[in-house]
Design a protein around this ligand. Sequence first.
Ligand SMILES: Cc1ncc(COP(=O)(O)O)c(C=O)c1O
Length: 385
Amino acid sequence: MLNRKFEAALRQLLAEAETPFYAYDLPAVLREAEAFQRAFPGVRLLYAVKANPRLFLLRTLRERGFFAETVSLGEVFRSYRAGFLPQEVVLNGPVKPPPVLRALKTAGVPRLVVDSRADLERIARELPGAQVLIRVNPDLPVSTHPHLATGKGESQFGVLPKEVPALARLARERGLELLGLHLHLGSALDRPEDFEAGYRVLEELLDELGRQPVVDLGGGFGLDLDLAALSPRVARVRQRTGEVWLEPGRRLVARAGVLATRVWGEKRTRRRYLLLDAGMSQFLRPALYGARPPVLPLYEAAETGVFDLAGPACESADVLARDVRLPVPKEGDALLILEAGAYGASMANRYLDTPRPAEYLWDGARWHLLRPREGYPELFEGERS
Ligand SMILES: Cc1ncc(COP(=O)(O)O)c(C=O)c1O
């Protein structure tokens, strides 16, 4: 459900802004941020920048006490640009090559999550004395899409629990400052039980290693997860450690964002399609994860039909939603793809020389243009020969 005022503001914006574009409801982001702060008092919240990296959002969340969770040098630079200090940024990710580590030496060394023995050795060599957490691969299945199940033993992330104590010893031997343990179970987890087994793995490791300054429990909070129901469990982990950190991404911004698009045609093959000016270049999650976002038509018609919504790419995966009942549109009618505020614009790409779409933010009273739509000349800039 969209906030009524946001929807009214969007209808006005659509009168002047060319589709496709992303639009964000800032009050909705702030409500979610407060919901996390209420549900997890005393817990340090790190915003997973990848969910939506716009500087405006980063600055706003930092002002409210959030730190930043990053997985690339670009995201670290972006976080610094938004005002985060190095000690407020955590750099995660399975591969941190030497040039990345050397660039951090110059830019400011964030906290780092060690993802393997080789990663540890390299960090110790390039960034002596850095503060690190060890990422635990809890070796657990979780009930989500296979691409989102980062905590299963087959994934490339982290080290298996039995290898953690040796890595912790090695971190100290190499002169790194061991802050504690890190865990990320997966994304879009909607049941408190999904977190239980992972937390137990961490607690068993704490039994073995002793109290750690920090335990980072990662992100993955599904849009329908009851935060209050998870809260006591997180509080129990907190009794076992100095600080608990959480890394919400999607939950903070997904429902606050929409992708606005227009219908430019209808056709029937063996299925009935609406043809949109937005697709997998603007919003990759349906093609990548089989996500099926809700759709809100901003037009009315007496007749309805059941449609698949196809984008402009010449790819059979370029379908944003299937089997959606909608009023039958006229050419140019506008639709909103909902729950597009997370992993929408951040995954938008230039495939097929498609300019990335504009992004607007509504602050409750007026619109801010966060980023204009890319121009065509920008697509060719930097190409040498
Ligand atoms: C290490 C880590 N932390 C946090 C997140 C954020 O997850 P979500 O957006 O599902 O909350 C991710 C997502 O991939 C991640 O890999």
